[in-house]
Design a protein around this ligand. Structure first.
Ligand SMILES: Nc1ncnc2c1ncn2[C@@H]1O[C@H](COP(=O)(O)OP(=O)(O)OP(=O)(O)O)[C@@H](O)[C@H]1O
Length: 679
């Protein structure tokens, strides 16, 4: 460095040279600071939608969880009953019967013990115990069979609940009005509902069965103890409270550690995804970023490793604590039990039965605590899902029961305004136009002037905020939104690249991916220029257009556009709307598409159709019957190419269309003349 130059240190503000100059930016550090020891890795991440309720069960009071359980159980029961009433009733009845068998089994065991502990010769005592022993075996076998029935019922029920819920979610979501889907908050909510709500709803039936099994088991044991001696019930509570407290603490620690672990996993997945993702693959290699990314990955992996070990140790400590407290309580309970038996308060056999009941209750209690925490937390996600479904129901497309007649002669747009939800200003401000069958109309204008919005209103995807759109005199608000959408074929700026066969990519616009009209499909691809694309594919029409499939093929952007135009043509709808479909096509392909739409085979059918083109390439649309020039949400000029080229604005300057057209034409002319000059 030149010694006369002052040295610039990290943090000092220096002017960054540039056209505007003078922006003060501190010199960046030579090395990014690592997260300070002890700080949570992932703290810098925004919280993700799927973490909203994570660990919530561990933060809520046990009383609140208990208070909500009856409501949650009723909801799961209702869901199961709706999905498969027979299986739901079967699971409930068999589950109760199985728990009764377990309680009777315990009572029968006491009778076995009574017989064995009675006075007399051993063979005599065994002889007396035999009927009760057979009963115990029979009850155990019956319980086994009943549990088998519960498992069978649950196996039938769970997939049914899953299908019913998923289908309802998808059916409602895919019909929601487009304005709602445009809203980012709604999209987030839908994601959360799909990712978490559905998942937990599917699990709710087996979890509830598990909880019912455990609760009924505990109740059965309590009932048996009460029958043996009323004082045994408080004894059970005495042994269960510390054990339950320890189980709650352990469950809460598990829930919290799971939530922390998810944050760490999320951080490291970012790097895993960057290293493996197909979209970033080329740039990762070209910039030789692999090593840097691997090092970052390793840095986080080490933190996760440490965190993992810490969590393992913590869990072991909590478990030890739980066992110690639980063990002390159980020890005290057994001591009281022993004292009751020794002093004759309780017959020896009843003492043995009580011992068995208390012992089995301990394990069951841990299952109850874990299951109720889990069910409570998952229910929060299910609440979100249900709220989302409610919203979707309210956002279904307009359904008036009245449908548009097939075909249209005139669409009249009168003083239409449109404002996007939460937008500060109107995207359309008083647009009027008349579109007649057989005509080809073009919307031109600067970016953001409202062309695509107008197209979506015409397609019935949005409803005007003000003004009217009438199809042959019928106001669109009076008919089912879907009956308009069915009459419009729309090719959008960024068409969907359907991961389906080439043929299905053409026919899906007409609502089918399995049925095709072969002649119509061939005609559509020939007119759009997609015929050559499909002919070059290894399995031609049957080729899957996605690398995710075996023998799948990926198309270039321009070729995808040709397929999209073919899809629009195949639909053969009353209105064909092409919103800059040729933006990524080469010049020859673009020319061919416009030729096909304006003058080609499709032109024959155009006689009773309305064709609307949106294009920035003005030379392609000069032969259209009507050109509407949009600016700032309004139509500022309209007419044929000839009219507009002769139009002069009020201030004497050339009209907007003439200006845009002359600008584009002169750019080509000057490029061509400089090319000639160079030769
Ligand atoms: N989904 C949306 N939500 C909110 N505002 C939107 C949405 N889509 C478009 N807009 C806004 O509406 C106005 C008109 O947009 P539109 O897409 O209709 O313009 P356009 O003329 O088709 O533009 P382009 O030539 O770039 O395609 C713009 O200000 C745009 O930012």
């Amino acid at each position: 460095m030149d010694s006369s130059e002052p040295e610039i240190r990290h943090g000092e503000r220096v002017p960054v040279p540039g056209p505007r100059g003078g922006v003060l930016l501190p010199l960046p550090p030579a090395r990014a600071a690592a997260a300070p020891e002890g700080e949570e890795v992932g703290d810098e991440l925004k919280s993700a939608y799927w973490m909203q309720w994570e660990g919530e069960a561990a933060r809520t009071s046990v009383w609140r969880i208990l208070g909500r359980l009856p409501g949650i159980s009723r909801r799961v029961l209702a869901l199961a009953y709706r999905a498969d009433a027979r299986a739901a009733v079967m699971v409930v009845v068999l589950q109760i019967a199985s728990s009764l068998m377990s309680a009777f089994g315990l009572l029968a065991s006491v009778r076995v013990l009574s017989a064995l502990f009675a006075q007399g010769a051993t063979s005599e005592r065994i002889h007396h115990a035999l009927p009760s022993l057979v009963l115990v075996a029979g009850l155990l076998a019956a319980q086994g069979l009943l549990d088998f029935g519960v498992a069978r019922g649950q196996a039938a029920l769970t997939p049914r609940v899953r299908r019913a819920v998923e289908q309802e979610f998808l059916r409602l979501s895919c019909h929601v009005r487009l304005e709602a889907v445009d809203d980012a908050a709604f999209a987030d909510e839908a994601n959360k509902a799909n990712d978490r709500g559905l998942y937990y709803m599917r699990q709710s039936v087996p979890q509830m069965v598990q909880l019912a099994h455990a609760v009924l088991g505990l109740t059965g044991a309590a009932g048996v103890l009460a029958v043996l001696h009323p004082l045994l019930l408080p004894l059970l509570v005495l042994s269960v409270i510390p054990q339950g407290y320890a189980a709650v603490r352990s469950a809460r620690a598990q829930f919290l550690s799971h939530s922390r672990y998810s944050t760490l996993q999320r951080r490291i997945r970012l790097f895993t995804w960057l290293l493996l993702d197909r979209d970033s693959a080329a740039e990762v290699r070209a910039s030789t970023a692999q090593q840097a990314l691997l090092e970052e990955h390793e840095r986080f992996a080490r933190r996760i490793e440490m965190e993992d070990a810490r969590l393992g140790r913590q869990e072991a400590n909590v478990a030890l604590w739980g066992r110690a407290v639980g063990g002390l309580a159980v020890g005290a309970t057994y001591a009281v039990l022993g004292w009751m038996t020794a002093t004759g308060w309780l017959p020896l056999a009843a003492g043995g039965g009580a011992f068995l009941a208390i012992r089995s209750s301990r394990g069951t209690l841990v299952s109850v605590v874990l299951a109720m925490h889990q069910i409570y937390e998952h229910a929060l996600w299910i609440d979100d899902l249900e709220r989302h479904l409610e919203r979707c129901r309210a956002l279904q497309p307009r359904c008036t029961g009245r449908r548009l007649a097939d075909g249209v002669k005139t669409i009249s747009v009168t003083d239409v305004h449109y404002i996007y939800p939460e937008a500060g200003r109107e995207a359309l401000r008083g647009v009027s136009m008349t579109l007649t069958a057989g005509s080809t109309v073009t919307f031109v204008g600067a970016n953001g002037s409202g062309k695509s919005t107008m197209a979506k209103l015409l397609a019935g995807l949005y409803t005007p905020s003000k003004g009217s759109i009438c199809w042959d005199g019928v106001e669109v608000r009076e008919v089912d939104a879907e009956s308009i959408q069915a009459q419009v074929a729309m090719v959008l700026q960024d068409p969907v690249e359907w991961p389906l066969s080439a043929l299905a990519n053409v026919t899906i616009g007409a609502g089918s991916i399995t049925e095709a009209d072969p002649q119509r499909a061939l005609g559509a691809v020939t007119e759009s220029g997609a015929d050559r694309v499909i002919a070059g594919l290894p399995q031609q029409w049957a080729t899957p257009l996605s690398k995710r499939f075996k023998n799948g093929q990926e198309l270039s952007g321009g070729n995808w556009s040709k397929v999209a135009v073919a899809r629009g043509l195949y639909q053969d709808a009353a209105v064909l709307l092409l919103d800059e479909p040729t933006a990524s096509m080469d010049a020859r392909a673009e020319h061919a598409v416009y030729e096909a739409v304006l003058h080609g085979g499709y032109g024959e059918r155009r006689r009773d159709r309305i064709t609307i083109l949106i294009s920035h390439r003005l030379s392609s649309v000069t032969s259209c019957d009507m050109i509407y020039v949009f600016r700032d949400g309004r139509i500022v000029e309209s007419g044929t190419h000839h009219d507009l080229m002769n139009h002069t604005a009020d201030d004497g300057r050339p009209g907007e269309y003439r200006e845009m057209f002359t600008l584009q034409a002169s750019a080509y002319r000057s490029a061509a003349s400089s090319g000639e000059g160079n030769e």
